[in-house]
Design a protein around this ligand. Structure first.
Ligand code: P1T
Length: 383
């Protein structure tokens, strides 16, 4: 099955029919513990913080989507949220270590590094990673980790994973790529040399805004062993029902992403031609400064789009309160379209930092509804 294409692996890898009953769908193993025939003798499962069969199925499937198939070195841990996955990486760092972050990233990621990890002796700095010299300038002898997010949240900058990895590795640092916005359907960072891929599975992988989860994937057995040890030692595991929901979500990832990005591209062109809009940011537009890189690095441009309406923050407040199909809410990657003002919602914690976002920026997570209804809704809300 590992030779098959992405869409087939998403439905089958790690998800073979259950051996006892033949159930075609991976069961939700709602159990905390497992009977042992003799002390210390078990079938591979002893306690559900350590391992659970529904979680194992999800981990096997997610690893495969990032190019790590059964039998390959490395693998995946599924975690209780995207930030829990970031937390596991944090546990790998030691006092005195330094981390370089992009100067645009999910606000919660920055908050975890800047307000929690720094309390434990970790130093951080931010670089505009679309400019490799800006990244080089931030590298120190103590740099142990280069954190990449691409496309970035919410400015949708595209970072060259291969180039950043080369710089990080030359400095002896690990490179972790948050692949949440692209999803593995559109971008596979390990294939560009990155050491670790992080996902908030809350988003496109789950796909239905009904669960919170995360994952780390690596091609290295050594890193996987560390992840598994740290997860078991510290406890951020998803329950089996959440693992089931993500597993169900990824079966339809490819078809959903095709529609997400077709709708986003149409909306981008609509907004680009609209006099009520100042600026549209979508990697699929030729005018996007990193368009050529996005074309090279990604299989498509994704379903996220940001724009600045004319009229400043007041216009941003008015438009986001006026849509009816687009729901005003945080998060992204679900089948339903969402709209938000990052400066007032998802990115409040970056206010006054190197990661500050324009106060009048509107972010859209374009869903899979009928495109005509989405355009009508935005047209009406722009007033
Ligand atoms: O919410 P959680 O599952 O913990 O994932 C955190 C996270 C990590 N990485 C990226 C790129 C993200 O966008 C997120 C979460 N983001 C939102 C909730 C949001 O609305 O942007």
């Amino acid at each position: 099955m590992t030779e098959e294409r992405f869409e087939t692996r998403a439905i089958h890898v790690g998800q073979e029919p259950e051996p006892i009953t033949g159930a075609v769908v991976t069961p939700i193993f709602a159990t905390s513990t497992y009977a042992q025939p003799a002390p210390g003798e078990h079938t591979g499962y002893e306690y559900s913080r350590t391992d659970n069969p529904t979680r194992t199925a999800l981990q096997t499937a997610l690893a495969s989507l990032e190019g790590v198939n059964p039998g390959d070195s490395g693998g995946c841990i599924a975690t209780s949220s995207g930030l829990a996955a970031t937390g596991v990486i944090g546990y790998m760092l030691k006092p005195g270590d330094h981390v370089v972050l992009p100067n645009d990233a999910y606000g919660g990621t920055y908050r975890l590094f800047a307000q929690v990890f720094t309390q434990h002796g970790i130093a951080i700095s931010a670089a505009d990673m679309t400019d490799l010299d800006s990244l080089r300038a931030q590298i120190l002898p103590e740099t142990k980790l280069v954190w990449v997010e691409t496309p970035t949240n919410p400015m949708l900058r595209i970072i060259d994973i291969a180039a950043v990895t080369e710089i990080g590795h030359a400095a002896g640092a690990l490179v972790c790529v948050d692949n949440t916005f692209a999803s593995p359907y559109l971008q596979q960072p390990l294939s560009f040399g990155a050491d670790i891929v992080l996902h908030s599975t809350t988003k496109y992988l789950g796909g239905h805004s009904d669960t919170v989860g995360g994952a780390l994937i690596t091609g290295s057995d050594e890193l996987l062993t560390q992840f598994r040890f740290l997860q078991n030692a510290t406890g951020p595991v998803p329950g089996p029902f959440d693992a089931f929901l993500v597993l169900r979500g990824i079966k339809t990832l490819a078809v959903r992403m095709d529609r997400h990005q077709a709708n986003a591209a149409t909306i981008a062109r609509f907004l680009e031609d609209d006099a009520r809009v100042d600026r549209v940011i979508y990697p699929g537009l030729e005018a996007h400064p990193n368009h050529a890189l996005a074309k090279r690095q990604m299989l498509g441009f994704g379903g996220m789009l940001s724009f600045i309406p004319k009229g400043g923050i007041e216009a941003a407040r008015r438009v986001t309160s006026a849509t009816e199909v687009f729901i005003l809410a945080e998060s992204l990657g679900g089948v339903e379209s969402l709209i938000e003002v990052p400066a007032l919602m998802t990115h409040m914690s970056v206010d006054g930092t190197d990661l500050e976002v324009p106060s009048d920026l509107i972010r859209l997570s374009v869903g899979i509804e009928h495109i005509d209804d989405l355009i009508t809704d935005l047209d009406r809300a722009l007033g």
